[in-house]
Design a protein around this ligand. Structure first.
Ligand code: ADP
Ligand code: MP5
Length: 270
């Protein structure tokens, strides 16, 4: 039976990140994608030009429309913008007893615009993180959530342990912002063991939406019944293909190629 995945996130008019990246990724990984918008952004490859948050009522109403009828086998959150939306989303997750929850703690867009109000971090830690099966911070986000400086492998491990203490079952600290020039290594922690997922670092300016795409791929795989480790393996392959098979869109930091992973798979079967 077709599995269903929900994204609760912001809209990126430029189509590379946010809701648009999530729905494209869900489609490519063959799950039925649904969305609840938290904010509309006027955005392109050059940056964020405007942010128009939804009311809490509008966010709740969208989630209820899905929960009361369609259901979700997995869901992810992206840009949540403020504490009121975070609290409401947490309440909705509890109301529908949804379990496969992936939290991408989106804070700052790559161009520098703030997609989460600073004071909302407290609500994120208190209400949403304890519900998370998977948390996917990049290095700056992990630093904000833990208050730690993260440069070395040991510091990454300590940060992951500290996030685990907040009630998250699995943590992946992504390596896109690492300073290693040859590889991009993501650190995975399940409360017992550490695992690393390493890929060749691609030299490109087209990395807009990598984090959204990566967490959406994990969500799609969880919806289909994969365990968290296997979901991360697929997501890492998906994002690597999407960054490698780049295309030129816009004049700034372009999007990734969401169709690349499926095309590669189809080729391999020929
Ligand atoms: N230049 C790159 N080459 C290869 N993989 C990358 C590159 N940049 C990011 N990634 C991968 O993309 C995923 C998203 O990471 P990151 O860019 O850190 O997230 P975010 O978009 O939240 O800042 C991770 O799996 C990371 O390893
Ligand atoms: C609506 C929205 N959500 C999320 C991001 C983060 O994008 P990135 O994955 O490049 O950090 C974004 N730029 N816009």
């Amino acid at each position: 039976m077709l599995k269903k995945a929900l994204t609760i996130a912001g809209s990126d008019s430029g189509g590379g990140a946010g809701i648009q990246a999530d729905l494209k990724t869900f489609q490519e990984l063959e799950v039925f994608g649904m969305s609840a918008l938290t904010a509309v952004t006027a955005q392109n490859t050059l940056g964020v030009h405007g942010i128009y948050p939804m009311t809490v009522e509008a966010v709740v109403s969208q989630i209820q429309a899905i929960g009361d009828d369609i259901g979700a086998d997995a869901l992810k959150t992206g840009m949540l913008f403020n504490a009121e939306i975070i609290v409401a989303v947490s309440e909705m997750i509890k109301k529908y007893q949804w379990e496969n929850i992936v939290i991408d703690p989106v804070m700052i867009a790559k161009g520098g615009a703030s997609l989460l109000q600073t004071e909302a971090t407290v609500a994120l830690k208190k209400y949403l993180l304890p519900l998370a099966k998977v948390l996917t911070p990049n290095i700056p986000e992990a630093e904000v959530l833990t208050g730690m400086t993260i440069r070395t492998r040991e510091q990454k491990q300590n940060a992951a342990k500290s996030l685990y203490e907040l009630g998250v079952s699995h943590i992946i600290i992504k390596g896109g912002h690492d300073e290693v020039p040859t590889e991009s290594t993501d650190l995975f922690y399940d409360g017992k063991e550490f695992y690393t997922f390493t890929s060749k670092r691609i030299t490109t300016k087209n990395t807009h939406g990598t984090g959204c795409t990566f967490s959406a791929a994990i969500t799609a795989e969880l919806a289909k019944g994969a365990n968290v480790y296997d979901a991360v393996v697929t997501a890492k392959d998906f994002i690597q293909a999407a960054i490698e098979d780049q295309f030129e869109i816009g004049h700034g930091h372009g999007p990734t190629n969401h169709g690349a992973y499926r095309k590669r798979k189809e080729k391999a079967y020929l």
